[in-house]
Ligand binder design. Structure first.
Ligand SMILES: C[S@@+](CC[C@H](N)C(=O)[O-])C[C@H]1O[C@@H](n2cnc3c(N)ncnc32)[C@H](O)[C@@H]1O
Length: 262
């Protein structure tokens, strides 16, 4: 088991929100680092697959993942089972692409150095409270490439705690251009979960007009986030965004927005 911080007790989704559109979809979390338990707690059993993409996974000694054992080579990766034991792992398989090392070279064999390519690990979990199964996929691909290659219906885009500084990805997921692509891929009634990290400058006609609402600077505490629940606005292409929940703190409150095309 990987020791990680448990989700904040105050995380919540409005019980009256209609989440039926999430069935059979994927949650995609780029640059996720060790932030795995809150998305699991909120969405396991609601989506079919949770995809976490961070280039630090399965790369021994990586500065962002080694403290949680998430840097272990993919073949030795341990399952992510939180202390509450709400989940059990049923199956596990991994894939390595573009590996360059020669496995026949016994003398040089070192499992901590063997892998240099892209690796992904798929675990099938049983969610004990809901009785449902879901897949959890961790990949160390570049997050933008993984997003472009995503073939599953996107039910939840989860993104927070990132920056332009050292240790951050520098990818402007909350900037207008990239966010348009995210919202374009999201199923109708899907969710955008963000603290507004890496919102960039934005452009005048876009979703980012509302960046102050999504931003860490505007909403800081769980109480302030709770007051936003029920708030909605329509963006420039006629999508309705309604705040339906709170997913905890990062660089500010992480709000959960449901996106409905009118
Ligand atoms: C500041 S950490 C944020 C981690 C997490 N979101 C959180 O809130 O704890 C940024 C993460 O982005 C990852 N990263 C940086 N560039 C990336 C890229 N191009 N593709 C995938 N992950 C990347 C780093 O390995 C690091 O774990």
């Amino acid at each position: 088991m990987i020791p990680m911080d448990p989700p904040e007790p105050s995380i919540t989704i409005d019980p009256s929100a209609d989440l039926s559109g999430l069935a059979g979809t994927s949650l995609f979390y780029p640059c996720s680092g060790s932030d795995l338990l809150t998305p699991m707690a909120l969405f396991a059993g609601k989506v079919a697959t949770l995809r976490f993409v961070d280039r630090g996974y399965f790369r021994p000694g990586h500065q962002d993942t080694r403290h949680f054992g998430l840097d272990h080579p993919v073949a030795e990766a341990r399952p992510i089972i939180p202390p509450a034991h709400e989940w059990s792992v049923l199956k596990k398989c991994h894939e390595e692409l573009d590996s360059k090392d020669d496995e026949d070279d016994e003398e040089d064999y070192d499992p901590w150095r063997r892998y240099r390519g892209i690796a992904s690990l798929t675990e099938t979990y049983h969610h004990n409270p809901s009785g449902r199964e879901f897949r959890l996929i961790r990949s160390n691909d570049d997050a933008r490439r993984a997003f472009d290659g995503l073939n599953d219906p996107l039910g939840v885009f989860f993104y927070r705690g990132d920056s332009l500084g050292e240790g951050g990805s520098g990818i402007l997921w909350n900037d207008a251009r990239l966010m348009e692509r995210v919202l374009g891929k999201l199923v109708n009634g899907g969710l955008l979960v963000t603290d507004g990290s890496n919102s960039g400058e934005g452009s005048h006609r876009s979703f980012s007009q509302h960046a102050p609402l999504l931003s860490a600077h505007a909403v800081r505490t769980a109480k302030q986030a709770g007051e936003k629940i029920g708030y909605s606005f329509t963006d420039f292409v006629g999508r309705r965004l309604t705040c339906i929940g709170y997913a905890g703190q990062r660089y500010g409150a992480t709000l959960i927005w449901q996106v409905v095309r009118m």
